[in-house]
Design a protein around this ligand. Structure first.
Ligand SMILES: [Ca+2]
Ligand SMILES: [Ca+2]
Ligand SMILES: [Ca+2]
Length: 393
């Protein structure tokens, strides 16, 4: 009890002493600096000015010198904004705010919203904020960035004429050729029979620069992508088929260019066959597969061929995936090189269902039994970019 009384007396004495001396000699405390956050759209050409306003809590009679920096958050210096290192600025006596411009690099390529950090690292005659403020660059674009580099097929073959092609040159998918297959396969075939995770939707597909692009997205804990089929619109039996595409990659990413029977004359899957022109498992981005599924079922008998790129992977540039499909024989090619052959002669007594009409399917699956599910290493969005589908007969 006695000790408490003593402390109380000392406290009174300190307060009294302080108030007395401030009237005589103590200077006014330094004003406080604050900076407003800036959130703005990126813009499409040149640079966009992001204006940060630095404010003093009150004017002073002395110049205030601040040192500030602008550094990377998720946005990258040079590529996304112009970084600033330890720049000085003087706020003159009587002034209470200053504007500081940060240049953001504008373009027309879709990116996530990105951030950079504006920090006052030092202040003379004012108190600097203890943390930086965020500049947020809001995406205002829909285009994706890619180059047309890579293998391109010849546009004629001796003895063949072009029977049909889709060059994907329009502003939207040509619905005379294709139909969307949307959803997740439920209730009849949830996960499309493979425990796939994606839900297919039309807005995951768009055309740009003469290419058809399927975008697989992570949306919260689920995934969206797109699938198109030519059933009822374009069907073929035999010919040289060329599909030029640039493929996505990453664990759980599963792009496919394939064909299913237009009329299942031998019965339901797999009896009437399935022709997989190209499949890729995103954790092996340098390897593609060509497969036939057939047999009496349930389950399928398979002929499965694969091709490994000598260098690089299928996401770095375009390649051409082809079928050379004749009576009683199918060959798979990458960039004009045969890597697999299946012949009726090898089927023995098993029914050979590949001398019939088949339609095209193009899809980008996420997850499923064969590729496994995406993991922490998988980045989204992923794109399958298709330049053309050509059929010569
Ligand atoms: Ca832009
Ligand atoms: Ca952009
Ligand atoms: Ca094209």
């Amino acid at each position: 009890m006695k000790r408490v009384v003593l402390v109380a007396i000392m406290a009174v004495s300190v307060v009294y002493g302080c108030s007395k001396s401030s009237g005589d000699t103590m200077p006014a405390p330094d004003p406080t600096l604050s900076v407003g956050v800036v959130t703005q759209v990126e813009g499409n050409m040149g640079t966009t000015n992001f204006e940060f306003v630095v404010t003093l809590s009150s004017a002073t009679t002395k110049p205030v010198t601040i040192t500030y920096s602008v550094e990377e958050g998720s946005a990258k210096a040079v590529e996304d904004f112009v970084a600033i290192a330890d720049q000085n600025l003087v706020i003159q006596p009587g002034e209470t705010s200053k504007k500081i411009n940060v240049s953001v690099v504008a373009d027309d390529i879709k990116e996530p919203d990105e951030t950079f950090v504006f920090t006052i690292t030092k202040a003379v005659n004012a108190k600097a904020p203890s943390t930086g403020v965020i500049g947020t660059i809001i995406n205002d674009d829909t285009k994706i960035a890619f180059s047309n580099a890579g293998y391109d097929a010849p546009n004629a073959y001796p003895g063949y004429t072009l029977a049909w092609s889709d060059e994907f040159n329009g502003s939207g998918l040509n619905m005379a050729n294709w139909s969307f297959q949307n959803g997740n396969g439920c209730p009849n075939l949830c996960g499309w029979g493979n425990n796939e995770l994606e839900t297919y939707a039309e807005n995951n597909l768009f055309l740009q620069d003469g290419k058809m692009i399927i975008e697989a997205r992570r949306e919260g804990s689920s995934y969206t992508s797109a699938k198109i089929i030519s059933s009822g619109k374009k069907k073929f039996k035999f010919g040289r088929i060329d599909i030029r595409a640039k493929l996505p990659k990453g664990k759980g990413i599963w792009p496919a260019l394939w064909m299913m029977p237009e009329s299942s004359v031998y019965g339901g899957w797999p009896r009437s066959g399935e022709i997989d022109i190209m499949e890729l498992l995103g954790h092996e981005p340098n390897k593609t597969y060509g497969t036939l599924h057939y047999g009496p079922g349930p389950g399928s008998t398979q002929i499965n061929k694969s091709f490994v790129l000598p260098s690089g992977d299928f996401s770095s540039e375009f390649h051409v995936f082809s079928l050379d499909w004749k009576q009683d024989q199918i060959q798979w090619l990458v960039d004009g090189n045969v890597f697999g052959t299946a012949s009726k002669a090898n089927f023995g007594s098993t029914n050979y269902p590949f001398n019939e009409q088949f339609y095209f399917i193009i899809n980008l699956a996420v997850g499923g039994q064969w590729p496994g599910n995406p993991d922490a290493t998988t980045t989204f969005p992923q794109w399958m970019i298709v330049d053309y589908v050509r059929v010569y007969q």
